[in-house]
Ligand binder design. Sequence first.
Ligand SMILES: Nc1ncnc2c1ncn2[C@@H]1O[C@H](COP(=O)(O)OP(=O)(O)O)[C@@H](O)[C@H]1O
Ligand SMILES: [Mg+2]
Length: 315
Amino acid sequence: MNESVIVVQGLVKRFGEFISVDDVSFDVREGEVFGLLGSNGAGKTTTIRMLCGLLRPTSGSAQILGIDAAREPERLKRSIGYMTQRFSLYDDLTVGQNLRFFGGVYGLRGRAFDERRAWALETAGLEGKENLLTSSLPGGWKQRLALACALLHEPRVVFLDEPTGGVDPVSRRAFWQLIDSLAAAGVTLIVTTHYLDEAERCDRIALMHGGRIVAMGNVAELKEVFSGRAMLEVSCPRVLDAQTRLEDEQGILEVSAFGTTLHVVVEDAGAGSATIARSLSANGFDPHQIERIVPSLEDVFIHCIESEEAQRSAS
Ligand SMILES: Nc1ncnc2c1ncn2[C@@H]1O[C@H](COP(=O)(O)OP(=O)(O)O)[C@@H](O)[C@H]1O
Ligand SMILES: [Mg+2]
């Protein structure tokens, strides 16, 4: 087992009365790709900014490579790479000028800079394009240039905040291949995303909602919230009315609307199907169809958020 290079304990950030990050704790091991998954406003960027030493936590701590982010932010910044949500590149500079700027930020000079510059151009697929204005680059190229700039000083820990926002699917795939090759070389990466398919590519995921981590683990571990139970997909007319009806039936544990179908969690697939079929027919929801399915990460996501919401309104 590799050592932890990131240790986050009880991290809290308040803005006035508002709690943006609420008691967040996790560890990340060397070479791991750790995903922070959550919808807009979940607290991902605020967490990342505290981990990078750019924002002081209200309480709690974050240690990165043994450096306390709040106590030694300047030392930390030299040891990590950070790609912000809006790709912190200068649009009015050329590709080469952006590389020179970030090289300067990280104190790279002479031959060391030239070598890293050549590496960055190759990695970003921008060889021979040094004189292009950054604003003229397509989204996918800009994104790879931003990543290359964040990696110029060969950091062992890299933070990528929604790195694939607004980028086409082909570029997204290429970008994830780059992430995988960095991890294989021992770089530790924290990636925030609201895309479930991207989260599935991470070694482990922390699901954030309302500033809290509501679930954490690899995909298989996360799906264990449904272990010992069965998930059924139900198609019928007027699904939202059917949902209300099924929620009242004995033996039905959870009902969630899922597109134009319902996902129903039951203890036993056979008995559960029979209960659902009887209830739907008796209440005018025919024709209907019931099929057992394997829960997806989206099912886990919905389950965890709904139980968090239920707990909050109960307390
Ligand atoms: N400087 C700030 N002042 C007040 N509220 C903030 C500030 N920064 C973030 N927030 C709030 O904290 C919450 C989490 O924001 P953020 O971390 O950006 O979420 P995410 O990156 O997951 O979309 C949001 O409700 C946001 O409005
Ligand atoms: Mg954000």
